[in-house]
Design a binder for this molecule. Structure first.
Ligand SMILES: Nc1ncnc2c1ncn2[C@@H]1O[C@H](COP(=O)(O)OP(=O)(O)OP(=O)(O)O)[C@@H](O)[C@H]1O
Ligand SMILES: [Mg+2]
Length: 155
């Protein structure tokens, strides 16, 4: 049986939005949902494992940093597959925001040195994704955008 052929435009609209409370127990859920959606791009185990790490670091930052000292807050996740087969992910919070993004991108820089934090989340996210950016301002929340292109699906 032939699969239905969709237009490139229709394919590039393929994606989903998800909003979940910024709770540590939701981190695995976010990871699983995004990886399940990305599986159609036929990633290798290594690529899937990289995606898991990037999502995990981004969501964990929302959980541990964005809403520090506040009792509630959500994480908005948007996932899209472009018509070139690129996975585009946006992970956004509406928390405290970051004053100095460049500084926070430095390996080993953390505002939580007494805790379990190592200051490696953002540099790891950047190194494992093909495109990576952080948009943030104090009091305005933080948006992390990243793209991943998997070998077999590259057009
Ligand atoms: N979503 C966010 N909201 C507010 N601040 C953030 C957010 N994400 C990162 N930061 C700030 O950027 C710093 C660096 O983040 P990064 O993920 O690299 O390290 P970390 O979270 O401190 O440690 P690790 O990720 O290794 O456990 C954090 O310590 C925090 O101050
Ligand atoms: Mg982190």
């Amino acid at each position: 049986m032939n699969p239905t052929v969709h237009s490139k435009e229709r394919r590039s609209q393929n994606g989903f939005k998800l909003e979940i409370p910024a709770l540590s127990e939701n981190e695995a859920f976010a990871r699983q949902v995004i990886c399940a959606f990305a599986a159609r791009l036929d990633p290798t185990i290594e690529e899937l494992s990289d995606l898991r790490v990037v999502v995990s670091e981004a969501v964990t930052n929302c959980v541990v940093h964005a809403y520090k000292g506040v009792d509630a807050g959500n994480i908005q996740i948007t996932v899209r597959i472009s018509n070139k087969g690129i996975l585009k992910v946006r992970i956004k919070d509406t928390g405290c925001g970051i004053a100095d993004i460049e500084r926070c991108m430095q390996p080993l820089y953390t505002t939580d040195p007494e805790g379990e934090r190592g200051g490696m989340g953002l540099p790891i996210m950047q190194s494992l994704s093909q495109k990576f950016s952080v948009k943030s301002a104090p009091g305005k929340g933080t948006t992390v955008l990243f793209e991943m292109q998997f070998g077999k699906s590259a057009v």
